[in-house]
Design a protein around this ligand. Structure first.
Ligand SMILES: Nc1ncnc2c1ncn2[C@@H]1O[C@H](COP(=O)(O)OP(=O)(O)OP(=O)(O)O)[C@@H](O)[C@H]1O
Ligand SMILES: [Mg+2]
Length: 255
């Protein structure tokens, strides 16, 4: 089983877009069994798959706060065959305060996901902030994919992720945790975007994705319809870019 988190503490870097569509690609095209876990109080991974998350309970918040609640109780099948989801909503934003006194607060998600043997992939969507939710995510996965919106402050976000990963190793003894891919996103052909892309490749020579995700309105439209790009516009340039990236992530750990 591969466990992969899509993380960047900066907002709007395409974490949800990549997590949802890559999960759907692995499930739909590669026939893998996939679990997508939404760890963002915005609940957009579930929304992107057509769930009305506002009233959906139990959800990931209950899972993290109720030690007796089995993970099976919050797993829901999605419209995509082989793709299951654990949804989130804004109640999750209370988790850091409510769990603060608990000694095991950083390992809640890891513990709940431990016994899940039936999936080939667990993909986790992350909130746009550092904190207890992100720590829980990093302690639950072995691989990190960092989507980077090619804007001026992009590299700051990358530096923060590198530091967070090092902190997991140092402070929590997390032995296996690697940034497997840094993915340039929302590319437009401007000089600034080219410069930032170049810097990204210099900083992460072995891990910058070959696929650069450019702007394509079909990707945005698909989400607004609660559909994956494969169901909404499979022949669009957006789908081609996401397919190419899915294959890179697929290959990243194949023998
Ligand atoms: N390649 C693309 N072309 C056009 N629009 C895109 C593309 N990728 C993502 N978007 C749109 O950009 C917005 C931000 O993307 P997304 O929600 O995936 O980012 P995020 O990193 O998850 O944001 P947040 O930090 O708020 O969780 C969304 O409306 C999404 O539909
Ligand atoms: Mg998101």
């Amino acid at each position: 089983m591969r466990r992969i988190a899509f993380i960047n503490e900066k907002g709007g870097s395409c974490k949800t877009t990549l997590a949802v569509n890559i999960a759907a690609y692995f499930a739909g095209q590669k026939k893998s069994r996939v679990l997508l876990v939404d760890m963002d109080p915005q609940g957009q991974a579930g929304k992107s798959l057509g769930f009305y998350v506002r009233d959906l309970a139990p959800n990931v918040y209950d899972l993290l706060l109720d030690p007796a609640l089995p993970v099976e109780a919050v797993i829901r099948p999605s419209q995509v065959p082989n793709l299951d989801v654990i949804c989130s909503n804004k109640r999750l934003s209370d988790f850091p305060v409510e769990a603060a006194p608990a000694a095991d607060r950083e390992r809640r998600l890891a513990k709940k996901l431990e016994g899940l043997g039936r999936y080939d992939f667990v993909l986790v969507d992350s909130p746009p902030s550092a904190g207890l939710l992100t720590t829980n995510i990093l302690l639950s996965v072995e691989e990190v994919v960092v989507p980077v919106n090619l804007t001026y402050f992009a590299l700051d976000g990358c530096a923060e992720i590198v530091e967070s990963v090092e902190r997991m190793r140092r402070d929590f003894g997390k032995a296996v945790l690697d940034i497997v891919l840094v993915v340039p996103t929302l590319y437009r052909p401007t000089r600034l975007a080219e410069e930032i892309l170049e810097k990204l490749r210099t900083h992460f020579p072995e891990h910058t994705a070959r696929t650069v995700i450019g702007y394509n309105v079909k990707i945005d439209e698909a989400q607004s319809h609660g559909k994956t790009i494969w169901d909404y516009a499979a022949w669009s340039p957006g789908a081609a870019m996401l397919e190419s990236l899915s294959k890179e992530i697929w290959r990243a750990k194949q023998p």
